[in-house]
Every structure is written in structure tokens, then in C-alpha cells.
Design a protein around this ligand. Sequence first.
Ligand SMILES: [Zn+2]
Length: 432
Amino acid sequence: MIDETSIQVGQEMHRFIADLFPICRSITGDGVRDTLCLIGKHIPVEIHEIPSGTKVFDWIVPKEWNIRDAYIKNTKGERIVDFKKSNLHVVSYSQPIQRKMAFGELQSHLYTFPDRPDWIPYRTSYYKESWGFCLSHQQFKEFMDEEYEVCIDSTFEEGHLTYGECYLRGETTQEILISCHICHPSLCNDNLSGIALSTFLAKALSLESLRYSYRFLFIPGTIGSIAWLALHEGQVSNIKSGMVVTGVGDPGAMTYKKSRQGNAEIDRAFSHILKASGKKHSIIDFFPYGYDERQYCSPGFNLPVGCFMRTPHGEYIEYHTSGDNLTFVRPEYLEESFICCLEVLTLLERNKTFLSQNPKCEPQLGKRGLYRAIGGESEGAKREMAMLWVLNLSDGNHSLLEIAERSTISFDVVYKAADVLSEHGLLKEVTC
Ligand SMILES: [Zn+2]
């Protein structure tokens, strides 16, 4: 499935991130709808609305939050902190407020990041009634002991939690889940890079004839995956593999966090592809923190869902600050992440199990022209070895990925060997 379509994809992903960047997103509200609308220009996305107050396991869908404006004005009437300049300036889910107050009172509602005095931090207060402003430490130092006018023009209403879903139907109802969060405002790596990767993977896959069905979820973090799982509990058994994608555009090495199961097909597919890439990477074990894999891998579901990223969240200084911007995320890293995920999905599509049709002693390959058909000398020897492994382990109990792992031959070579052997009637696919 990997061809010229992936060339330049990093640039296109970066342009898409730039389109999404200005929107003020949160876990509910019009920013999410506007984001889904832009995703819908690339892929068919169905928009779902879950009413506020809906009980989803131990949680309740919160009221819908929208914001029009926010500022802090000094005594001269100048906007010294202005939401219209950066949506990071307001703590997400801030209660509305409009009044004058002394600096002493205002101070406890101001958040800065002194380590990088020119950056604005990103803060949220979803489940606690509160309000606040985030600003650079440089801005903060200019405050004086005087009165300020504070305005947050936000609303909390009985509304909806909005999420998007793109379903690509394959030959089977068994599906591969790809999930990303869409609840952060102007932050590129944490949020927008995952959205771009999911969107462009869906776009690429929609051009293929697929064995598995694919479900792409564009959801607010935590409450979105909890709500989706609560409302679709009956169908999660269709999920054969899955991945949460996030933070895929920074310069750090590619990282795959295994599912809670630890040895699921998706875990082994990522390990195999990352090792075969020859690129610096890391594979880490599951831990119950991070992104929505926490919900998919909660013990009542224990789905084979891992998390693909580059530098893990919190391990880069730009994380949750205005430093996570369009300069931090680069097309070449987006493209590398895209290719890795597409290779993993290609592997899953091709990872079949076969039964040798000639299990009693080796079949005579020479008389079938198989030795001659397989190219140059050293390549030829590798492919012959791959054929011998495939023939030996195709007893109905070993998938091609298992054969690749055991033989330490790359999946691609094993797959091609199985293809040639099938063409000669020496293998038959086992379907379960
Ligand atoms: Zn985040």
C-alpha cells in the first residue's frame, strides 16, 4: 500500500496542521465541530453528538463550553492579555467572569512557565469550576499592584460532546481502530499531529481494497474514549488491533507504547517494523497513564490497542506550551511517522496464516522453477531461506509475522515467499 502517494505527504500534513492551528478547541464546543468540518474536507467523517449529562460508566458528559472573547485590561484600557492573540491565554473550561479586581486577587488566577519566559503555558480545568489566564512570564512581570479589568466571555450550556468517526469497510467486520484526541487548542504536536496522521492514513487506506475494516475516531481526550466505549460496548469485540496516535511530528525518535496485553499482533507488528526500519526508536511497556490507550486498555476492555508517538508527552520542554507550534512540528517527521504507521497497517493486512499443501518432506522447488524465479545470488539465497521457513512453519499455527520473527527475516521477504509458494499451489490460506 506504500507508493508515490506517500511522497510529499509530510508537507500536506503540515499544511493541514496550519489550517487547524487557529481553532480554539476544548473537550466540547464549536472548536471541535469546526475541526471535524476541516477533517471532512479530506475524508468522509460522520459527526456524532452526545448530550451533556449522559452517564458514561463512572463519568458524566459535561456541559458544553464555548468562548467568544477574553482579556485582561490595565487602567489605560489596553488589553495586556488577549485571547484573540492566542487561545492558550485562557484556561480551558474557564467560568465566565467580567469585573475589576486588584492584582492581589487576580494573581492566583495567572499561570506562567518561568523556565521559558517567552512561552505561554496550556492549562485546563475541565472538572472543577474555576477560571484563569495563561501568559508568558515576561508579560507577568509587567503587572503592577493596581486594578485590572478581567473578562472571560464564555458559556456553559446543556449541549453536546461532539466527536467524529470515519469508517472504511473492508472484507471482514473485524476492525482496526485508530484514535486521536481533538481537544487541545493551538498546540501542534500534542493534538494536531495525531489528527493529521489519522486523516492522511484514512485518506491513503480509502484508495485500497482492504481486508480489515478501519474505524478512525476523532474524540476529545479521556471523556471521548470513555463515552465511545460506553456507547459501543457491544461492538468492541470486532476490534482486532488498534492504536492511539499522538505527538508524531517532533524531532524525537519514534516510540511505540505496547498495549496492556503486551504481545498482541499490533505490538509485534510495531516492534518488527521499527526494528526493520533501522531508525532510532524505542518500544516501551504499557503503563496506566498517557492518552486514550488508558481507557481502551482498562481491564474491563483490555483491547489490543497501543500508542504510537515520537517523544512521549512531558519529555519535551515544548509540551503543553506555546512552544509546541508550527515550527516545532516538521514535515519530515510527520512523513516518517506516516510511513511507519502505513507499513504496520500493511503488515497487518498481509499477516495471514497458511497450511503447507506438501507437509511430508520438502516439496521439490527446483522442478517448479522456484530457485530460478527468485533473482540474484545473495538476494536469491535469502528468498530461498524464506521459502523454506514458510513451508516448514505453515502448519496452520504460525502467521507470517511469527515466521518472520522466528527466522529473523523481514516480513516483506517472508510475505513475498508465501506469495510465490501460494501461486504454485504449495500453500493454502487458513481462514478462521
Ligand atoms: Zn495534552
